[in-house]
Design a protein around this ligand. Structure first.
Ligand code: UDX
Length: 446
């Protein structure tokens, strides 16, 4: 099928390359010339495992191209809208400027029988408004809403082999949107991927409620971590034990610095704002608490570092390992790790930051912090080592070797990702968020 993907950011670039991989003829359109030039030459504007290979294959095969010219949408049957919906400055609501602009720019090129497919995460009610605009345009094009659930770092896999597909279509589906989308996703559906066909509002809500649930699960376990810290219990064992209950499940129960990134934080805030506009704010007040618990973890991490440094951060040398909001990503949007590094620096510590991929993006946000691409340089003579993003590289560190490079063998594990026993056995004082304060050297609770 001939497909347009409007918006070539994280979602759109991966979606365009994945649709081409499924055998479609795809054009990716974006107003950002630099981004389009990069994608057209087969380079991804962000780090995402597997994406460069996918781009290269489809570009070489002639199934994929990129342009800034919206007229390239003419003659295509399906037009995905995958532009960003950022948080408005100083407000919680989502900014729909880019969605509106994309629809305005697309309308002149639409023809009867075309299907516009929304993929962006939007406040409930947006799709119906766009469908009305399309009806007014008298182009004969119609709308479906098809939310995307991809995770950064696993975006290619999640797009090609999603857990489920959701189509929001109008009553009675007069334009046959379901059939068209079934054709687009034929390869995916043939794998037995579950499909939910529903109305626009449910489709929009599926996306934000899934993110709200995931955020709640993380904040739930982080709330348990707060209690564990007070009584000297161990949140990781607690998560293992409750996670064996199939109704609860162990995934997304990793306590630590909490959630960040371009989706969960902004999506739960936008969801609350929309519920307020709809007069249903009471239904979502718990999300305010989810947000608060999440932000408190960052402050607790700073307090813990101060505590292990005997109360003073001033001039102390702190090695921060990990800046991205999660491993296998160079994304530092609302990153708990970068936030903690910045707070420590503001409070007078000498912070040296390391990350396998996210240093350039971090430098743009916080140029005043010190960065290094060398792990050895980051930890040299450190008073304390913080692991704030659970990159595989850090899990492979030999604690015995590292102990010889630092000034004090103290490690704060912000993601509960290190083998605590191995680090303690190598002589480290190991501290983590929500875990017992066992100190190997004295063999007692400290
Ligand atoms: C999320 C949703 O998972 C995805 O379905 C949606 O489409 C976009 O938002 P993403 O932002 O890529 O995806 O990251 P995700 O893997 O969900 O992690 C979000 C944050 O939660 C990260 O900062 C991660 O470190 C944190 N997290 C995750 C935890 O703190 N504990 C966990 O147990 C899991």
């Amino acid at each position: 099928m001939r497909i347009t993907v409007i918006g070539c950011g994280y979602l759109g670039a991966v979606h365009a390359a994945s649709m081409a991989e499924l055998g479609h003829d795809v054009v990716g359109i974006d107003i950002d010339e630099a981004k389009i030039a990069m994608l057209a030459s087969g380079r991804a504007p962000f780090y995402e495992p597997g994406l460069p290979e996918l781009l290269e294959r489809s570009l070489a095969g002639g199934r994929l191209r990129f342009t800034t010219d919206m007229s390239a949408a003419r003659g295509n049957r399906i037009h995905f809208v995958a532009v960003g919906t950022p948080q408005k400055p100083r407000e919680n609501a989502a900014d729909l400027r880019f969605v509106d602009a994309a629809i305005d720019a697309l309308v002149p090129w639409l023809e009867a029988g075309d299907l516009v497919v929304g993929k962006s995460t939007v406040p409930v009610g947006t799709a119906r408004g766009i469908a009305d605009r399309l009806a007014e345009s008298e182009t004969g094009a119609s709308l479906a809403w098809n939310p995307e659930f991809l995770r950064e770092g696993l975006a290619v896999k999640d797009t090609l082999h999603p857990d489920r597909l959701v189509y929001g279509v109008p009553d009675g589906d007069p334009a046959g949107a379901r059939q068209l989308l079934d054709e687009v996703y034929a390869a995916t559906l043939s794998e037995g991927t579950p499909l939910v066909v529903t109305d626009y509002e449910t489709a929009e809500l599926v996306k934000v409620s899934a993110n709200a649930f995931l955020a709640t699960k993380i904040s739930f376990i982080n709330a348990m971590a707060e209690v564990c810290e007070v009584v000297g219990a161990d949140v990781t064992q607690l998560a293992d034990a409750i996670g064996y209950d199939a109704r609860i499940g162990r995934r997304f129960l990793n306590a630590g610095l909490g959630f960040g990134g371009g989706c969960l934080p902004k999506d739960i805030r936008a969801f609350m704002a929309r519920a307020g506009e709809l007069g249903a704010d009471q239904a979502l007040t718990f999300l305010r608490e989810v947000d608060r618990i999440n932000m408190r973890r960052r402050e607790r991490a700073v307090d813990l570092v101060r505590e292990v440094l005997d109360g003073s951060l001033l001039g102390r040398r702190i090695a921060v390992l990990g800046l991205a909001f999660k491993p296998d990503s160079d994304d530092v949007r609302d990153s708990p790790a970068l936030n903690v590094a910045a707070m420590l620096s503001l409070q007078g510590a000498a912070v040296i930051c390391h990350d396998p991929k996210a240093v350039p993006n971090s430098r743009k946000r916080f140029p005043e912090l010190s960065y290094t691409e060398s792990l050895d340089e980051a930890v040299a003579d450190a008073d304390v080592v913080l692991v704030l993003t659970e990159w595989g590289d850090y899990l492979e560190i030999d604690p015995e070797v590292l102990a010889r490079k630092v000034a004090n063998p103290i490690v704060v594990d912000g993601r509960n990702c290190l083998d605590a026993e191995a680090w303690r056995a190598a002589g480290w004082r190991y501290r983590a968020l929500g875990r017992r304060r066992m100190d190997a050297r004295v063999g007692a609770l400290v």
